[in-house]
Design a protein around this ligand. Structure first.
Ligand code: ATP
Ligand code: MG
Length: 509
């Protein structure tokens, strides 16, 4: 029998950033037609390994073979030429260009200008109509409902992720890397993506799939490599080891339960939302959340959940209705007022509206409660560092340095920093929009523990999530939105994922 030459082989990859060893001696082999899951805790080195493959970072050691041939991938263009494409975790699109332009960036269909100017047929124009038609055909094929002419910067996180996926699939010839491709997607879109992945497998591509959602991997993975602290600690067929063993490899310890129990007593109404609306985006939103309660909001992408949260907070004001916090009406158009009165909003899109990537961790964590750091009108650095260290420890943020620039942290650690900010802000009402997006299993259970503690101390918590197991595990009640309306309310302990999806699904026609 002849040896199968793998589509991708990475051998002995090593990498350090400023003396900090991030990867050592990593081997990764992926065959044509397989989905290879790459898993590990936040900061384990998954994205760095894949950025080496896609020519973003140069390795300090090791080599890369595509179809058995050694390749130097020192720039993204070289990786693409070698048939490697990547869906980046932190999206890499050009915000001012359209959907179609982003999909075909650098590969636009051209036509000659023609006529007397263009004697040799050398002058080329981008053929816009062709560009848009091709993009539309692809999007239709993939089942993504997107307008090819829409400006990417104005799209929701989910829609941008769909554009990123489409772009990478067009580029990929041998290997496609998907770095948490579903982090912004809802279950319906995840299904579309899985259908695409099955097509890519049939076309003989090797697919490297990074995700913290184990139930997702369960559905598609053939093989798996586990990274811990930059070392590949396990490689094998999917299903060879149990979930518990997987978590032990990832975290180096046991994890008792993902959803810790909560002993909160439900008290008075803290947040009351009445007739809130900004038609046609959302309208007639009524609900209340009591002290000690965790209320989930479910819905498909585009149902208006994020918009409602932003309107409650006053970041993007509603045009109708009112919001009361502890019985007092909020101005509704000033986030400063909401923050001052004890409301915190954890935004869905950490890069765009949350973190200051060029500032240190300590500044990012303390940003919403600078008042607590003041003494004689100056910020006390010692207080700032102390506060940051407390949340770095609580949330296990890595590297555990208050001076580290947030832009250099891994995706999941950035998310934890943002959560740390709202914990430090000492709020009474928390609006958490996708709070555990991109966070590893062990850290997720830490975050759930923190949320429970907040509720036990009398906070009211609204949790928007596309991760249904998370809503079922954490919420008391779940509100379901569809097309800008609240269409149902269910008790978490009496419902199922199927029931929630049925309410959330958009009726055809
Ligand atoms: N450009 C950079 N400069 C300095 N350090 C970096 C840089 N990029 C990554 N790191 C560090 O390398 C380590 C691995 O990061 P990486 O992003 O690969 O983790 P990850 O496994 O993808 O984590 P996550 O699940 O959170 O996305 C982290 O400690 C991170 O802070
Ligand atoms: Mg990553």
């Amino acid at each position: 029998m002849t040896e199968m030459i793998p589509a991708l082989e990475m051998r002995g990859i090593g990498k350090s950033f400023a003396g900090n060893q991030v990867l050592s001696g990593v081997n990764l082999v992926a065959q044509s037609g397989e989905v290879h899951a790459l898993v590990g805790e936040n900061g384990a080195g998954k994205s760095t390994l894949m950025k080496i493959l896609s020519g973003v970072h140069a390795p300090d050691a090791g080599e890369i073979l595509i179809d058995g041939e050694k390749r130097e991938l020192t720039r993204p263009a070289e990786a693409i030429a070698a048939g490697v494409a990547m869906i980046y975790q932190e999206l890499s699109l050009a915000p001012h260009l359209t959907v179609a332009e982003n999909i075909f960036l650098g590969r636009e269909p051209l036509r000659s200008v023609g006529g007397a100017f263009d004697l040799n047929g050398l002058l080329k124009w981008i053929d816009r109509r062709e560009l848009e038609q091709r993009a539309k055909r692809l999007l239709d094929d993939y089942g993504f409902r997107l307008n090819p002419r829409a400006i990417v910067g104005r799209l929701s996180a989910a829609d941008r992720q769909l554009v990123e996926i489409t772009r990478a699939i067009v580029e990929a010839k041998r290997v496609i890397v998907m770095d948490e491709p579903t982090s912004s997607l809802t279950s319906q879109e995840v299904e579309e993506l899985f259908r695409l992945i099955r097509d890519l497998k049939a076309r003989g591509l090797a697919i490297i799939y990074i995700s913290h959602r184990l139930e997702e991997l369960e559905a598609i993975a053939n093989r798996m490599t586990i990274l811990r602290d930059g070392i590949a600690v396990y490689t094998g067929n999917w299903g060879e080891i149990t979930t518990d063993e997987m978590i032990r490899h990832m975290a180096g310890r046991e994890l008792k339960e993902i959803f810790p129990p909560r002993q909160a007593t439900v008290g008075d109404i803290r947040l009351k939302v009445t007739g809130l609306g900004r038609p046609p985006v959302f309208e007639k939103i009524d609900f209340e959340v009591r002290a000690g309660e965790v209320v989930g909001i479910a819905g498909l992408a585009g149902a208006g959940r994020t918009e409602v949260a932003e309107a409650i907070f006053g970041a993007d004001p509603a045009t109708e209705g009112r919001v009361e916090l502890d019985g007092v009406r909020l101005s509704g158009n000033q986030p400063g007022d909401a923050i001052g009165r004890g409301m915190g909003l954890l935004t869905e899109d950490r890069k765009r509206t949350g973190l200051c990537l060029n500032l240190p961790l300590a500044t990012n964590i303390t940003l919403a409660n600078v008042g607590a750091l003041l003494k004689r009108a100056t910020i006390q650095t010692k207080l700032e560092t102390g506060a940051a260290e407390r949340y770095i420890r609580k949330l296990n943020i890595r590297p555990p340095s208050p001076r580290a620039l947030v832009g250099r942290l891994s995706g999941g650690n950035q998310q934890k920093s943002l959560l740390g900010r709202w914990l430090f802000a000492d709020s009474k009402v928390f609006l958490l929009d996708e709070p555990t997006r991109g966070v590893d299993v062990a850290a997720r259970s830490e975050i759930y523990r923190e949320i429970n503690e907040l509720a036990e101390n009398g906070a009211a918590i609204v949790m928007i999530s596309s991760d249904l197991p998370e809503l079922l595990g954490m919420a008391d009640r779940i509100l379901i939105m569809r097309r800008g309306r609240m269409v149902a309310e269910v008790l978490a302990r009496e419902t199922t994922q199927e029931e929630i999806l049925r309410h959330a699904a958009v009726e055809e026609g």
